[in-house]
Design a protein around this ligand. Structure first.
Ligand code: FES
Length: 102
């Protein structure tokens, strides 16, 4: 499956044959603004993304655990997720998420 990360400045990174969680994919491919400081255990907020509205039904909204962290993120919206908590899957082929931090 393919995933695209877009950033505030209009840059985008598309990763083909994506596997695993989105935070690890972003870090591995040098996507700006995704740090993954906590290593993917849903506690740091440095993997905050906003899921493209067309995709939120497929990824699902943030879990309660993610919300506890997102509450500290100023720019969190209804489509916000911590992308370490999203696993790539065939159903998510073509997914687009926006990186919130820069
Ligand atoms: Fe820390 Fe996702 S990497 S919350």
């Amino acid at each position: 499956p393919t995933i695209t990360f877009t950033s505030q400045n209009g840059e985008s990174t598309t990763i083909d044959d994506a596997e695993g969680d989105l935070m690890s994919l972003a870090v591995k491919h040098g996507v700006q603004g995704i740090e993954g400081d906590c290593g993917g255990v849903c506690s740091c907020g440095t993997c905050h993304v906003q899921v493209d509205p067309a995709w939120i039904d497929k990824t699902g909204p943030a879990t309660d655990e993610e919300r506890e962290v997102l509450d500290f993120e100023q720019s969190a919206t209804a489509n916000s997720r911590l992308c370490c908590q999203i696993e790539m899957s065939p159903e998510l082929d073509g997914l687009v998420v926006r990186v919130v931090r820069s």
